[in-house]
Ligand binder design. Structure first.
Ligand code: ADP
Ligand code: ASP
Ligand code: MG
Length: 426
């Protein structure tokens, strides 16, 4: 008997029929003797629907007061799906109880719409588990020190599930979703993508931070920090398949490098169209310039990603960086208002039609020439690289977004990720 956390994504919770299926699956695990905590997302489309209503009333995002209400609103999606799952379990004759984040409580900081979990009180959940109940905890939400409801950013239910698993020291956290594991790249874009049996935690972290939406990045960070055994698997298998078969399916996130396995140079390809590029042109090439530009941006809580400073000419240089598209206008306004007047003649230009494509693999540590192979592959396709950034186990390029799918497909082929479909699936 073990304490297990299941997380079900929006598509898996998308209708009463699907919720009934989730209930049947959870009931199977419960009846097998496991203590079960379930973290559901809102029914698919619900979060978008709710946020869309807010946009109808106030199209431009204004301030913290507005973000507070967005959280209040969006959190209802998970409250509804959690209660429905509890009702579906009760209909199977299982004692089940659901809790909203604030009832647990899951405590977060006050960064509305992108809050971070700070602590989770496990007492209430444990008491229910000890009484033989299935406990359902809403994904995506928590409560801040002032008692306001917060949400954890899009895709945040993954993080709720892993954090709850860490707090309860669960034996495993199973992320049930609409694909049957982590693939070499998004199978919606490259049908030849293959499921990985295992993926190292470090690679998963890079894949998630480079845009693979299969797991929210913070959920991977939590799993690493607290060593939560984590598996991604399908919620669309028949609910009554053998439990041990189900428990071994999907993709396992591993924490040790598997020495027996021949390490591929590149394990996966991630892409992200949520970024925009900003360039500050003709700035004086003097000490403190980067700070003068990026300081105000950081103070406005805007995350900056790829940064490039050109070689200077006649004492002037160009400084470019990328931000999330949601923060693009805010960053431009800020630079125009606060930074340009200080930097003199500089000009700010931007481009939202870019994307970032990244190759990820711990095999890159021990192989040289991987990045140049990537650049060659893109040049053969006639794709211009606008920016490059690297880390030990990834290389990212910023390119025109219209070439994104072409680039991902070409790189998938270049690094032999299309091959040997049978050799790695169960
Ligand atoms: P959920 O609603 O279950 O949280 P998400 O839509 O957030 O599901 O994540 C699952 C989706 O992630 C898949 O349908 C797939 O299109 C996408 N995805 C992106 N990259 C990958 C990848 N490398 N492997 C698997 N799925 C991926
Ligand atoms: N419902 C939230 C979203 O759509 C959280 C999640 O699904 O993980 O982003
Ligand atoms: Mg998700």
């Amino acid at each position: 008997m073990a304490l297990i956390v299941h997380k079900y994504g929006g598509t898996s919770m998308g209708s009463t029929e699907r919720i009934r299926n989730v209930a049947l699956r959870v009931a199977k695990w419960h009846r097998a003797g496991h203590q079960m905590v379930v973290v559901p997302s809102a029914m698919s489309g619900e979060t978008n629907r709710l946020l869309g209503l807010a946009k109808e009333l106030a199209p431009t995002k204004a301030d913290t007061a507005y973000d507070r209400e967005l959280d209040m609103l969006a959190a209802t999606g998970e409250q509804a799906s959690s209660a429905l799952l509890a009702i579906a379990l009760q209909a199977q004759g299982i004692e089940a109880v659901s809790y909203a984040g604030w009832q647990v409580p899951i405590k977060t900081n006050s960064a509305h719409t992108k809050a971070r979990i700070e602590s989770i009180d496990d007492a209430r959940v444990r008491a229910d588990l000890d009484a033989g109940r299935v406990v359902i905890v809403t994904g995506f939400q928590g409560i801040d020190p002032l008692g306001n409801i917060t949400t954890l950013g899009r895709g945040g239910s993954d993080t709720s599930a892993v954090a709850v698993a860490a707090a309860l020291k669960a034996a495993e956290c199973l992320i049930y979703t609409d694909v049957d594991g982590v693939y070499t790249t998004d199978p919606r874009v490259v049908p030849e993508a293959r499921r990985l049996l295992r993926v190292s935690f470090e690679e998963m972290l890079e894949m998630a931070s480079m845009g693979s939406k299969v797991l929210q990045i913070r959920s991977v960070e939590f799993a690493g920090k607290y060593r939560v055994p984590l598996r991604v698997l399908s919620s669309f298998t028949p609910w009554d398949i053998d439990l041990d078969t189900e428990a071994a399916s999907g993709t396992l996130i591993t924490f040790e490098e598997d020495e027996d396995m021949e390490q591929a140079v590149v394990s996966g390809i991630a892409f992200n169209r949520d970024e925009a590029k900003i360039a500050v042109l003709g700035v004086p090439d003097t000490p403190g310039m980067a700070y003068q530009i990026l300081g105000p941006v950081a103070e406005a809580n805007i995350e900056v990603d790829v940064i490039i400073q050109n070689v200077s000419k006649d004492g002037k240089t160009d400084f470019s960086f990328t931000v999330h598209r949601n923060d693009y206008q805010k960053a431009l306004d800020l630079l125009n208002a606060l930074v340009l007047p200080i930097l003199g003649a500089a000009e700010v230009v931007g481009d939202t039609r870019i994307c970032k494509v990244s190759i990820v693999g711990i095999g890159m540590r021990s192989h040289v020439g991987v990045a140049s192979r990537m650049f060659k592959c893109l040049s053969v396709e006639g794709i211009n690289i606008q920016m490059i950034s690297t880390s030990e186990i990834k290389t990212s390029v910023v390119i025109d977004e219209k070439y994104m799918e072409l680039a991902v497909r070409a790189l998938h082929r270049e690094f032999d990720l299309d091959q040997a479909a049978d050799s790695i699936s169960n």
